[in-house]
Design a protein. Structure first.
Length: 78
């Protein structure tokens, strides 16, 4: 899966992850969280993606976005 696909999936994953973790964020922040999470989750779960298909890529993107939200809330929130 290419970087462009991870960015597109990441935008959706960021929306889903912010809703699952009950984080209120504006649209650009939500997209940025999702894109970073998708890149992180997509790269970490590359082997799973190869074995199981595109759905695992979306799951990895959501998990990556949730990890980014947790890191943001834990270390960067004022």
């Amino acid at each position: 899966m290419g970087i462009i696909a991870l960015v597109i999936i990441g935008a959706a994953a960021g929306f889903l992850a912010t809703r699952m973790m009950k984080v209120e964020a504006d649209i650009p922040t939500t997209m940025l969280i999702g894109i970073i999470g998708a890149l992180l989750g997509g790269l970490i779960l590359r082997a799973l993606l190869t074995m199981m298909g595109a759905l695992s890529g979306f799951v990895g993107a959501v998990l990556g976005a949730m990890l980014v939200i947790w890191l943001w809330q834990t270390y960067f929130r004022r």
